[in-house]
Ligand binder design. Structure first.
Ligand SMILES: C[S@@+](CC[C@H](N)C(=O)[O-])C[C@H]1O[C@@H](n2cnc3c(N)ncnc32)[C@H](O)[C@@H]1O
Length: 334
């Protein structure tokens, strides 16, 4: 059944110019101020980083929202692990009778995400080996394969054990789709050291008379001669972030651990926010769990719209948003 739907979607999901203008979801005003924010000081850097937390079904919430109202949507569904996800403060089911049953459940979320994005928006689907390859085909059918931009590998550090049946499984996959050809990311750079840079280049180090370090850059297309690459300039520019993201997983003793199962690191969601949502822009997460997307949005000066159907999730998200400096009282889905 899922396969049939996927084929059908391919015909009508190509970007057609999108709706006129960008609409604003209920509760948000044009200037980004949100009615549901309760008292309390917002952190100075996050004056517009406010949002909503909704207790309810994510799909119903999506269906009630107007077209083209989000800059980015991040979905981190249950991965189809075949077992309930349990931690100190909550539990949610992750058992499905078949891959088809799972894809049929996921399909309308992805379809709604495409409708809710602005013409320049971005869609992130966070999965792992259990289902990502099947979900990729499904999502290609909805967004158009030509709008697939990256398979981001979130590589997490952690204990490794010798294994002879398969390698240690140490990554999740985030599928990244552009809503249209107009979608542009803000490039990210990460700090690196002189030593990292030199190790990567493996070239003979040269010195100017004043001691400034450089290496030869080789002449290429349009350049007649080799040229100097100054090490200090390269290091201060940082290293462009690529499609493999090394970010530690939330282990049992991690400071940010909330006791919610499958909680993702804020550092991961900060990257999502910084690169795909403009400052003051709006990110939606309709399976929000402990509210990591909201914390990252708050910290980076973006607005957020979080939905989860579990009261424990919403309670934890509320606590975290207050701690992050963006206090929001959760609402029930009408
Ligand atoms: C993998 S967890 C999300 C974890 C989250 N990213 C975090 O960092 O805490 C998946 C979440 O999807 C929620 N969920 C599953 N089906 C849902 C639905 N129909 N509507 C809303 N939330 C749903 C579960 O309650 C669970 O919290």
């Amino acid at each position: 059944m899922a396969r049939q739907k996927t084929r059908k979607q391919i015909h009508f999901t190509e970007y057609d110019g999108g709706p006129e203008g960008v609409r604003v979801p209920p509760g948000f005003s044009e200037d980004g101020v949100v009615g549901s924010v309760t008292g309390g000081e917002r952190s100075p850097g996050a004056a517009r980083a406010v949002g909503r937390i909704v207790l309810g079904d994510g799909l119903l919430a999506m269906r009630a929202l107007p077209d083209a109202s989000f800059d980015a949507i991040y979905l981190d569904p249950p991965f189809r692990t075949g077992k309930a996800q349990t931690a100190d403060r909550a539990q949610f089911p992750d058992q499905w009778s078949s891959m088809d049953a799972y894809l049929n459940w996921l399909f309308p979320f992805v379809e709604e995400a495409q409708r809710l994005l602005t013409p320049t928006g971005w869609f992130w689907l966070h999965l792992d080996w259990h289902s990502v390859h099947y979900a990729k085909v499904l999502t290609d059918g909805i967004f158009g394969a030509r709008h697939f931009r990256n398979e981001i590998v979130w590589h997490y550090t952690g204990r490794r054990t010798p294994a002879d049946r398969r390698f240690n499984q140490k990554h999740d996959t985030l599928l990244l789709y552009a809503r249209s050809e107009k979608s542009r990311l803000s490039p990210l750079a990460e700090a690196w050291s002189r030593e990292d840079y030199l190790h990567m280049k493996r070239q003979q180090l040269q010195h100017d008379p004043d001691g400034r370090e450089w290496i030869w850059g080789h002449a290429g297309r349009g350049r007649s001669r080799a040229y100097k690459i100054y090490i200090d300039e390269q290091v201060s520019r940082g290293r462009a972030v690529d499609s493999v993201w090394d970010i530690p997983i939330i282990n049992t003793s991690a400071e940010e651990r909330t006791g919610y199962p499958t909680q993702k690191p804020v550092a991961l969601l900060e990257r999502v926010c910084r690169t795909s949502v403009p400052p003051g822009g709006l990110i939606g997460d309709f399976m929000a769990g402990s509210g990591t997307t909201g914390v990252a949005a708050c910290r980076t000066g973006r607005r957020f719209y979080l939905v989860d159907r579990l009261p424990e999730a919403v309670r934890i998200a509320e606590e975290r948003m207050a701690d992050a400096g963006c206090p929001v009282r959760a609402e029930e889905n009408p």
